[in-house]
Write a protein that binds this ligand. Structure first.
Ligand SMILES: *Cc1c(COP(=O)(O)O)cnc(C)c1O
Length: 411
């Protein structure tokens, strides 16, 4: 199918918010007006140079953009193959790429004249990014979080409160992310006149996957320029492959998108292989056709992990950010088109990747990002010494120290 698509003129989603057979807007009627309002506001903001200039100013002066690229010399040497470059989203303010999207949407909220943001969070990272930009811009912030997650992620709950957000515990269902999502959407529907729902990954009903992709594409635009520019530490040419971890898919789509037309550059997403595909305890939506089938979750059509009755399956990953039953619809389309490819790393491989990056480069990565690093162990030798790989280091690992400590011990 890839022959039939010219990536120079790639224009997805279509006017119905669809990425080929994926995406769309599968929501109750009560949400339609809010989504249409958001779409209109976004389309206007996208073409408004004042809006874009304000976003650029805050990227520069608050987030710390552009984030650098780093030539991982010792890691490359150790793996004995391709030269590896890291795009350093771990150095963005608040420690991950999530701030790019949170800031963009919060500016949009100001523009729409709303005064309140609701969000949901599982591990707390998206909640922290949202609370951060709300503090910056003076917007009321309510974050819904399952009470089980609140107990597991107490430091992030405290961070959000320090940043002035109200964290509302959700005690229904499994008391985790999916219950928090339901509550956040309920709040949004009830208060839609003055409230925006700030979604954190390249998921959800149209126009969210597009909005999140566009705000995260700053990663790929910067990286493309930096790779071509020796003065920015780049090799002076485009990479042969780009590797990024895929939870909902926002950091991956953000670095992939500006390279779509560079069809010689392989785009490789790494999902969470958990305890192995055979175990069924993973979040590798593309790797397990027995568990992940076409379905609708949270308003968008994509690959969804589900049981034989279509009930959403429980997923597992050592990294909370990759532990989600569905994957962004644009990834599903790019995969069908043969433009991107997906693989997975297990918990154990990710933990080994985590240690490897710490010891060779002096960088403690997020466990999510460690999945991308883990794939290098296979890919770098395979591609050989003349090849160049760019890895999206989506976040830093401070948040994961407890998890890693109990998984590999303190030795
Ligand atoms: C949330 C998170 C992810 C996963 O989300 P995507 O939308 O797939 O990018 C990856 N890395 C880090 C550091 C995160 O916090």
């Amino acid at each position: 199918m890839s022959d039939s698509v010219d990536f120079l003129t790639y224009r997805y989603p279509d006017e119905n918010g669809r990425f080929g057979p994926y995406g769309g807007r599968f929501v109750p009627e009560t949400l339609m007006p809010a989504l249409e309002e958001l779409e209109q506001a976004y389309l206007q903001a996208r073409n408004d140079s004042t809006f874009q200039a304000e976003l650029q100013r805050l990227f520069l002066t608050y987030v710390g953009r552009p984030t650098p690229i780093t030539h991982a010399r010792r890691l490359s040497e150790q793996l004995g193959g391709a030269q590896i470059y890291l795009k350093r989203e771990d150095l963005a303010h608040s420690g991950a790429h999530k701030i790019n999207n949170a800031l963009g949407q919060a500016l949009l909220v100001k523009r729409m004249g709303k005064r309140r943001i609701v969000a949901e969070t599982g591990a707390g990272q998206h909640g922290v990014a949202t609370a951060t930009v709300c503090a910056l811009l003076g917007i009321e912030c309510v974050v819904y979080m399952g009470t089980v997650d609140m107990a597991r992620q107490a430091p992030n709950v405290f961070r959000m409160k320090l940043l002035g957000a109200e964290v509302r515990g959700v005690d229904s269902g499994s008391r985790t992310l999916k219950d928090a999502i339901n509550e956040a959407i309920r709040d949004w529907v009830t208060n839609v006149g003055d409230t925006h729902y700030l979604l954190g990954s390249a998921l959800g009903p149209h126009p969210y996957p597009t909005i999140v992709r566009d705000f995260q594409s700053v990663i790929g635009r910067e990286a493309r320029r930096q790779m071509l520019d020796p003065a920015a530490g780049g090799p002076g040419r485009l990479p042969d492959a780009i590797v990024a971890c895929v939870g909902g898919g926002s950091n991956a789509i953000g670095i992939f998108h500006p390279f779509l037309a560079d069809t010689q550059v392989r785009l490789i997403g790494v999902e969470a292989g958990g305890r192995g595909i055979e175990s069924g305890e993973h979040a590798a939506r593309f790797a397990d056709p027995a568990l992940a089938r076409l379905g609708v979750l949270h308003g968008t059509k994509s690959f969804v992990m589900q049981d034989a009755d279509g009930q959403i399956a429980l997923t597992h990953s050592v990294s909370a950010g990759l532990d989600y039953a569905s994957v962004g619809p644009e990834h599903a389309l790019l995969r069908d088109l043969g433009r991107s490819e997906y693989t997975y790393a297990t918990d154990d491989e990710a933990l080994a990747g985590f240690k490897l990056l710490c010891e060779t480069e002096g960088i403690i990565p997020a466990l999510e990002s460690a999945h991308a690093v883990a794939h290098l162990v296979k890919l770098a030798p395979e591609l050989g010494k003349d090849a160049i790989i760019l890895v999206n280091l989506s976040g830093r690992g401070d948040k994961d120290l407890d998890t890693v400590m109990s998984a590999i011990g303190q030795s």
